[in-house]
Design a protein around this ligand. Structure first.
Ligand code: ADP
Ligand code: MG
Length: 463
């Protein structure tokens, strides 16, 4: 029930108000209670003193005489005023006729309770025990007598009860009104949350470009909206990339497939010479090899970019791995008459996955040979920089125009599309992914016509 912010806010607010109001009510009630009783008690004391003053000094204990006026005041049982005079032992010496056959309780010996409330004939009566020692004619003190003077207080009690009822009623009314106000306020304050959640609900992969407009929302919600918008932005970009990637991959595979279909159709239409068949089959085989290379690279890329990439990290000797790569590519280098020189110290190791690093270096050395000029050079060297192993692959090839330096890392991007052959345009994308998985990076520096430098940064310790 209290799972929503609104219910919690309102509940908390109401509890707080209830506590405050109750406290205030109790305080008010007791203050009034005190004021009322004080004024009654003061009146009673005045009456008791008046009675004491009117006791004639000459009288005996048995015949305390009061003026007619006094006796009249306390005469009728309906007057609501009573007195009873006792000696120190508690024996009644005299009492007003309003008392009839009832008595005030005898004060306990040594008791200090002066004012008390009792029920006389079903009515609440407040009385005072006034201790008094009258003077004799000679001026000597006579033994103490107790003047008990009382008064019906039902009207005062009615007033207190009435006040309590009004107080409780007002507290209840206040709570109801505040509760309603709280609910309305909380609903109003949280309305933007509902609007936001409705907008979010409407966003699907079809409209990832939609954004939450929180410009008029409170600061807290604005922050949530902003981070959600950033997430959307990332999602949208990655979704776009994915879409392009699928489109590009299909497009790349379509060319060799078209070649295969065309050759097969021509061959099947009529009989051909053996030489013609050989030519067609060779073309088909080349196209299939091309497709195979593309699919192979796509699989590697998918493996490298998936979150569950399982790389086996171990200490890998850089010079060993690069030497192997160069050896693998030596037929290509020989074919293009490109000389490859290696300057890597034997002792350097990095922590990484052997196969993945091999793929990275083969891709980059392959580029430096493939995009070199006939009779050109490749120089591979090593240096250490800020905790990184930096492998530099320098070629004297055709170079890359500065505006294309970033683009060549894109999937399927080739500067010279018409070139065909084995160029798929996935090598650098894969290499960059591998470097990233090793917490490293690849940089390209190049100038058209004079060659390219590829810099591979791999952390020396860590991982
Ligand atoms: N060393 C280099 N010199 C000149 N151009 C290069 C070099 N390396 C890469 N490129 C350009 O970048 C493109 C992308 O390279 P890459 O991703 O390895 O794909 P691929 O090698 O299949 O062409 C290449 O097609 C080429 O145009
Ligand atoms: Mg390449």
């Amino acid at each position: 029930m209290f799972s929503s912010i609104r219910a919690r806010l309102t509940g908390f607010y109401l509890l707080l108000l209830l506590a405050l109001f109750t406290l205030l009510g109790i305080l008010l009630f007791f203050s009034l209670h005190r004021i009322v009783y004080r004024s009654i008690d003061a009146g009673l004391l005045v009456q008791a003193r008046a009675l004491a003053a009117s006791i004639e000094p000459g009288g005996h204990d048995e015949n305390l005489n009061f003026s007619d006026e006094v006796m009249q005041e306390y005469g009728s049982p309906h007057s609501g005023h009573f007195f009873q005079i006792r000696n120190a032992e508690g024996l009644t010496l005299k009492k007003s006729s309003s008392m009839n056959d009832v008595d005030f309780p005898i004060p306990k010996a040594g008791s200090i309770q002066r004012y008390m409330t009792v029920l006389l004939k079903g009515k609440p009566v407040r009385f005072v025990n006034f201790y008094f020692s009258p003077e004799s004619e000679t001026g000597a003190q006579k033994p103490v007598i107790i003047i008990q003077c009382g008064q019906v207080i039902d009207r005062e009690l009615d007033l207190l009860h009435g006040f309590t009822a009004v107080l409780a009623g007002s507290v209840f009314l206040f709570l109801c009104v505040s509760g309603l106000a709280g609910i309305v306020l909380a609903r109003k304050a949280l309305e933007p949350v509902n609007t936001m959640s409705r907008t979010i609900d409407l966003i699907s992969e079809m409209n990832l470009s939609e954004r939450i407009d929180a410009s008029s929302d409170p600061e807290e919600l604005k922050r949530i909206a902003e981070s959600f918008n950033r997430t959307l932005e990332r999602l949208e970009k990655s979704f776009e990339r994915q879409k392009h990637f699928v489109a590009d991959a299909s497009h790349e595979l379509r060319t060799p497939l078209a070649v295969i279909l065309a050759h097969s159709d021509v061959m099947l239409r009529k009989k051909h010479t053996v030489a013609e068949y050989e030519e067609a089959v060779t073309a088909i085989r080349d196209a299939a090899a091309m497709m195979s290379a593309i699919v192979e690279k796509l699989l590697t890329l998918a493996r490298m970019t998936s979150d569950r990439t399982e790389l086996k990290f171990e200490q890998v000797a850089l010079d060993d791995i690069i030497r192997q790569g160069v050896k693998l590519l030596s037929p290509l280098a020989e074919e293009k008459a490109v000389g490859v020189e290696l300057f890597i110290p034997e002792s350097v190791t990095v922590r990484g996955d052997r196969e993945a690093l091999m793929e990275l270096f083969v891709n980059l050395i392959d580029n430096s040979i493939k995009y070199n000029v006939a009779g050109g050079h490749v120089k591979i060297s090593f240096r250490q920089e800020n905790g990184y192993a930096v492998i530099e692959i320098l070629d004297t090839g055709i170079g890359i125009a500065s505006e294309e330096i970033e683009a060549v890392f894109d999937r399927f991007y080739r500067v010279d599309k018409a070139r065909g052959g084995k160029a798929v345009g996935l090598g650098l994308s894969i290499s960059r992914e591998i470097a990233r998985l090793h917490q490293g990076r690849i940089e390209l520096r190049s100038k058209t016509g004079s060659g390219t430098v590829a810099l591979i940064y791999l952390p020396l310790q860590s991982l």
